[in-house]
Design a binder for this molecule. Structure first.
Ligand code: GDP
Length: 140
C-alpha cells in the first residue's frame, strides 16, 4: 500500500519571497498535515548530494546554485497516498504546464525556479526524509 508520508522542500525562490505560509496553507487545505519541518540554508555539498540523481543533466550546476541561493524549508507531510497526492498538488515541473490551483502554477517562476520539491516515490520519500531529519523527528 502507498505510504502516508512524503518529503517536500519549499525552495529558496518561494521561501525568500515569503510564500511559505501561503504554500503550507494550500497544502493543509488539500488535507496534508505537517509532521516535521525545518528552515535551513543548504551547502553546495548537501544540494549536490540531494540531487545526485541529476548529476549528468545539463542543468545540474544551475540547480545546485539555485538550491543554495537562500534558505529553504524541508518538511515531512502526511496524507493517505501522500507521494501521489503531493505530486498532484504541486503540478508539473514547468509552471507553464502546471494545472490551475497547483503550487507551481501559483508560485513558480520557471522550470528551474519552481517553488517546491516533492518526492517521486515512497522509497525516495523515506530516503529524502532521512536526509533532512533525524530518526527521532520521524516518529509520528
Ligand atoms: P520535479 O520532480 O518535478 O522537481 O522535476 P525533475 O526531477 O525533473 O527535476 C528536478 C528539479 O531540477 C526541478 O524541480 C527543477 O528545479 C530542476 N530542473 C528540471 N529541469 C530543469 C531545466 O531544464 N533547467 C533548470 N535550470 N532546472 C531544471
Amino acid at each position: 500500500m502507498a505510504g502516508k508520508h512524503t518529503l517536500t522542500i519549499i525552495k529558496p525562490d518561494a521561501f525568500g519571497a515569503a510564500k511559505a505560509g501561503n504554500i503550507i496553507a494550500l497544502l493543509e487545505a488539500r488535507g496534508f498535515r505537517v509532521r516535521a519541518a525545518r528552515v535551513m540554508h543548504l551547502t553546495k555539498q548537501q544540494a549536490g548530494e540531494f540531487y545526485a540523481v541529476h548529476r549528468e543533466r545539463p542543468f545540474y550546476g544551475e540547480l545546485v546554485d539555485f538550491m543554495t541561493s537562500g534558505a529553504c524549508m524541508p518538511m515531512v507531510l502526511e496524507k493517505p497516498n501522500a507521494v501521489v497526492a503531493l505530486r498532484d498538488a504541486i503540478g508539473a515541473t514547468d509552471p507553464a504546464e502546471a494545472a490551475a490551483g497547483t503550487v507551481r502554477k501559483l508560485y513558480a517562476e520557471s522550470k528551474g525556479r519552481n517553488a517546491i520539491h516533492a518526492s517521486d516515490s515512497d522509497d525516495n520519500a523515506g530516503r529524502e526524509a532521512r536526509f533532512f531529519f533525524a530518526e527521532t523527528d520521524l516518529i509520528y
